[in-house]
Design a protein around this ligand. Structure first.
Ligand code: UDP
Ligand code: MG
Length: 137
């Protein structure tokens, strides 16, 4: 079994999509491994997205991710990372396939409803960034 890290972003939490988004994963064989409902401060969001710190969208992304509460979730399944990315869909919802989470819940390339780890290495970093070992099942 592999773990991945999902974040229901402030746009989707604000529109009460958290339950629907979690349901998509449960319906597709994922098991909850850990969860917390938090509001990130600037330092926490900047550290999470450090790989993007030189990108033009970084400042705006950090402002968005700290604009309201987020649901941080660790999910478990065989091939969790790859299978979650498939369910989530393309970064820009206008390019996302029908039936994907971003197609159905995202507003824009920035306010795109959900984060999902993009590799097993980043999943390990990201799960550890939010959860202590004893907070994970
Ligand atoms: N993002 C943005 N503008 C862009 C690309 C990305 O605002 O041109 C935001 C968007 O919220 C995205 C996040 O930055 O989810 C991280 O970007 P990444 O390329 O890692 O996309 P993801 O892995 O989330 O699909
Ligand atoms: Mg990414």
């Amino acid at each position: 079994m592999e773990r991945t890290l999902i974040i229901v972003k402030p746009d989707a939490v604000g529109k009460n999509f958290s339950g629907d988004i979690i349901k998509r994963f449960e319906n597709n064989g994922f098991k909850l491994s850990g969860a917390k409902f938090i509001k990130m401060d600037k330092k926490k969001a900047e550290g999470f997205y450090y790989v993007h710190k030189e990108r033009p969208f970084f400042g705006s992304l950090v402002d968005f991710m700290t604009s309201g509460p987020v649901f941080v979730i660790s999910l478990k399944k065989d091939n969790a990372v790859k299978d979650a990315r498939k369910l989530i869909g393309a970064t820009n919802p206008s390019n996302a396939e029908a039936g994907t989470i971003r197609k159905d819940f995202a507003e824009s390339i920035e306010r795109n409803a959900i984060h999902g780890s993009d590799s097993t290495e980043s999943a390990q970093f990201e799960v550890g960034y939010f959860f202590k070992a004893e907070e994970l099942l």
